[in-house]
Write a protein that binds this ligand. Structure first.
Ligand code: DHB
Ligand code: FE
Length: 281
């Protein structure tokens, strides 16, 4: 059977992708950002996951105000790289796992999560920056990816509790897939950041670190009870991206073992946070 072996959370700041693409990772500004991923790159090279269910948000690249799916799953064999205004990032196309994706879509919908299915889509920095952080700059990504896109761009985004429950349903879906596959779930976005308006540049390291503590601890309901308004007030308008981490966390079950943690400010206008977690069965 397929099994979920680990969860990864990471910010997906576009400037991190640009720093890698332009060969700037050793510069003093960027070095401490990337140093926090050294452990993870070695770890994942040994773990060799077959598939990553990569929870991310599209930033008005593939979707726009015409259609706003709350939860969408990529069921394609391949995804191109978006042009976000400076040409597509020079990274490989992303290979999907259509069989597992359709299985998850069916399982989720019968489990009463009304997913949008996507057969054709380009992916933006929300998905490619985490791949770059975890795998560096390979000729081809060493893993198949099932994009799971969440609306956190246009109000109203889904609640943290709903995201957690979707994660639990993803775990049920993966565990009922008959092929023997090593599957990871990644949650991306965050941490505190506000990109516009009078509070632009807002960083709340204390709140972020409490969130990292809660993500790493046994579930007592506190994490999923955080309301939208708290993310907005405490972590800025784009901090709501962190609800996507709860999909990953819900997929791992009540108890997890934290394997690695990294937090750094700043990267662009953003706090960078990263966790590697293992389910404890
Ligand atoms: C920026 C954009 C993002 O989507 C994000 O998650 C963090 C930072 C930015 O434009 O700096
Ligand atoms: Fe983002």
């Amino acid at each position: 059977m397929a099994r979920i072996t680990a969860g990864v959370a990471t910010s997906h700041v576009p400037a991190i992708g640009a720093a890698m693409d332009l060969g700037k990772t050793a510069e003093p500004y960027w070095q401490p950002v990337f140093a926090g991923y050294d452990w993870s790159r070695q770890w994942i090279a040994q773990e060799k996951p077959d598939v990553v269910v990569l929870v991310y948000n599209d930033h008005a690249s593939a979707f726009d105000m015409k259609i706003i799916p709350t939860f969408a799953i990529g069921c394609a064999d391949r995804y191109g790289i978006c042009d976000e205004g400076w040409g597509p990032r020079p990274v490989p196309d992303v290979e999907g796992h259509a069989d597992l994706a359709w299985h998850i879509a069916q399982s989720l919908i019968l489990d009463e999560f009304d997913m949008t299915m996507i057969n054709e889509m380009d992916v933006d920095h929300g998905l490619t920056v985490p791949l770059s952080l975890m795998f560096g700059q390979p000729e081809a990504w060493p893993v198949k990816v099932i994009p799971l896109a969440v609306n956190v761009v246009t109000y109203p985004p889904p609640s943290g509790n709903r995201c957690w429950m979707l994660g639990e349903a993803i775990a049920r879906a993966v565990e009922s897939f008959p092929e023997d596959l090593n599957v990871q779930v990644w949650g991306t976005g965050g941490m505190s950041h506000q990109l516009q308006g009078p509070r632009a540049g807002l960083i709340n390291a204390e709140w972020d670190n409490r969130f990292l503590d809660l993500m790493s601890a046994e579930d007592d309901g506190a994490l999923r009870a955080i309301p939208h308004i708290e993310y907005l007030r405490e972590t800025g308008s784009e901090g709501i991206e962190m609800v996507m981490w709860l999909i990953m966390r819900g997929a791992l079950g009540r108890k997890v073992r934290p394997l690695h943690r990294h937090y750094h400010v700043p990267a662009s206008n953003t706090a960078v946070g990263h966790l590697v977690l293992e389910p404890v069965i």
